[in-house]
Unconditional design. Structure first.
Length: 293
């Protein structure tokens, strides 16, 4: 194993070895272009006990080609894919409200930026970290641009093999880096989650390793913590049947509450690894154990 970089500081939270899991509610585009819905999702994350919420930011005419934007696609904002992409995008006014709302509710917020201009846009809010989406892992110039601001980076690894991750880590460096194991299907099937890769990534890179899940249910995400994941990211929604491409792979608010509760229980149950006899066991010893023998 490489020399382990124990923790990364995000806001006032230490993330890494021997720290509680940093739990992220991925709002992404589940707000469906509505600031009111975004605030409801933030509030749900606060109630669940999450540490942070994450959005997505794109400069639409940079990320998508004119042909892709012109492609016919029925959606709540119009008849083309461009109508949808522009309709889902928040601007400065919306993010100012989001920043104020998160501050008043004592929860961190940040975003994954899909292009250099979006990184520059987000920098005005002095985010506690940046998230690099799995789709952006092989975008060398975008990785370099993120790192130029010298903020902590959370890197998702869906759709990527070890050689591609090696290249990304070479560009980003291992300082202030958290790597997230991830499978980028929505929703992911249990047979493709491969949670043991958490240990593989930890041994290979020597940085804190988390888990970004897109499966249904919460059991795999809880197991990821037991396997050593220091951060958990799951999409959050108010209703999995709502319109939107990511809703079906998201957790509703009550599921998020259970996820956080169970993760904290598992963390307590993991203990420190020192085998001992607890005081609570002594009466049982006196009652059940034969003397001698």
């Amino acid at each position: 194993m490489k020399n382990m970089k124990q923790t990364v500081k995000i806001g006032e939270r230490l993330v890494g070895e021997n720290q509680p899991a940093f739990i992220i509610a991925e709002i992404g585009i589940n707000h469906n272009g509505s600031l009111e819905l975004a605030k409801k999702l933030i509030a749900a994350a606060v109630v669940a006990g999450c540490d942070g919420v994450k959005f997505q930011k794109r400069t639409v005419d940079i990320v998508y080609t004119p042909e892709e934007l012109a492609r016919p696609r029925e959606n709540p904002f119009g008849n083309t894919n461009g109508d949808l992409k522009y309709g889902l995008e928040f601007g400065r006014a919306e993010y100012q409200e989001i920043a104020a709302y998160c501050k008043s509710n004592n929860i961190l917020w940040f975003a994954s930026a899909w292009d250099e201009a979006s990184v520059d846009f987000l920098e005005q809010f002095e985010p506690p970290c940046y998230k690099i989406a799995s789709a952006s892992l092989t975008d060398d110039n975008l990785l370099k641009h993120h790192r130029s601001y010298q903020r902590p980076i959370i890197l998702s690894t869906g759709m990527s093999n070890l050689e591609q991750i090696d290249r990304a880590v070479e560009i980003l460096g291992t300082d202030n880096l958290i790597i997230m194991h991830c499978t980028s299907t929505y929703p992911s099937q249990p047979a493709e989650l491969n949670l043991r890769a958490i240990s593989t990534l930890k041994e290979r890179y020597g940085v804190p390793i988390g888990y970004s899940g897109h499966e249904t249910g919460i059991s795999a995400s809880i197991a990821a913590v037991a396997l050593g994941a220091c951060a958990i990211e799951r999409h959050i929604t108010l209703d999995r049947t709502m319109w939107g491409s990511d809703q079906s792979a998201s957790l509703e608010s009550q599921d998020f509450i259970q996820l956080v509760k169970n993760i904290r229980t598992v963390e307590t149950a993991l203990g420190d690894g020192v085998k001992r006899v607890y005081d609570s066991e002594i009466p049982i010893i006196k009652k059940l154990r034969r003397v001698g023998g």
